[in-house]
Design a protein around this ligand. Structure first.
Ligand code: COA
Length: 266
């Protein structure tokens, strides 16, 4: 992604802070709803961040204090037919897959409404934290459509089919506390503390061996689609790979020498 220029982004903002990247969806007048341009910018940005060895973890959040992302842009959805509807779903799904398959941990800082495509983006992240003021839901059936960016597949895998079906079939949103209770978000923080708490958790991940973190994520992500036997075989393969790295030698040496490891990055 040598040609990628973050300054060219219109609907997405990027902030770098050491090894952390904070990605903000930024269409506040539309509550950060996802139009084609925003999806394309997020896709391009996540590809660039994944390829950048100086990035240790990514936090995804929404601009302003009202919304994380209030869904796919209903103005766009209202105009689509069969073929462009399918294409729209494919573009959104490709973005969620890119996030899910990124080598870097991706944390969702859900600072407000996470509806429809917004919740689906958060579902593709590795971990989710919410502001107390956040509301989370898949309201698509109230618009006469179904979730199309992975919600019907990832939500039941995360919270179980019964809870997912209640959310998907009623379209009713959950409060942040309700979302925490069913495991949809890992923790709930005061609105003013959300980003700093997420950064602190991201920095814990960044302080660990970068290759080990990437391979551990890969083991969990790929294993989720395998039988237990195949998942264990995958884990053993990746354990073999990680047992040959300079990073592993440094991690073990640092422990034995009672010092902090010094990881090679970038
Ligand atoms: N797509 C396009 N525009 C959206 C949007 C979406 N998903 N969500 C909000 N907006 C726009 C509104 O149309 C409005 O634009 P306008 O000022 O030009 O009329 C602006 O964002 C502010 O939204 P508004 O509805 O006035 O704010 P609110 O505080 O009264 O309500 C919500 C907030 C999130 C409850 C409400 O906007 C909503 O229900 N949005 C749709 C959520 C949804 O169904 N998402 C799934 C889509 S598949």
């Amino acid at each position: 992604m040598a040609t990628f220029d973050p300054k060219a982004l219109q609907n997405v903002q990027l902030e770098r802070e050491g090894f952390l990247a904070v990605v903000r969806v930024n269409r506040p007048t539309k509550l950060n709803a996802l139009d084609d341009q925003t999806i394309a910018e997020l896709d391009c940005l996540f590809a660039a961040l994944d390829a950048d060895d100086a990035v240790g973890a990514v936090i995804l959040t929404g601009a302003g204090d009202k919304a994380f992302v209030a869904g796919a842009d209903i103005g766009v959805l209202a105009r689509q037919g069969v073929l462009d509807g399918k294409e729209n779903a494919r573009r959104g799904q490709a973005l969620t897959l890119r996030i899910e398959q990124s080598r870097k941990p991706v944390l969702a800082a859900i600072n407000g409404y996470a509806f429809g495509g917004g919740l689906e983006l958060a579902l593709a992240c590795d971990v989710r934290f919410a502001s107390k003021a956040a509301r989370l839901g898949l309201p698509e059936v109230s618009l006469g459509i179904i979730p199309g960016y992975g919600g019907t597949q990832r939500l039941p895998r995360l919270v179980g089919p019964g809870r997912a079906l209640q959310m998907i079939l009623t379209g009713d949103p959950l409060t942040a506390d309700e979302a925490e209770r069913i495991g949809l978000v890992n923790a709930v923080f005061e609105p003013g503390e959300l980003l700093e708490k997420c950064k602190a958790i991201a920095l814990r991940m960044v302080s660990r061996g970068p290759q080990a973190v990437a391979l551990a994520k890969q083991a969990v992500r790929r294993g989720a689609h395998l039988s237990l036997a195949d998942g264990l075989a995958l884990e053993a393969d990746l354990f073999g790979i990680v047992s040959s790295t300079a990073e592993m030698k440094e991690g073990m040496a640092a422990f034995l020498e009672k010092r902090k490891p010094s990881w090679l990055r970038g």
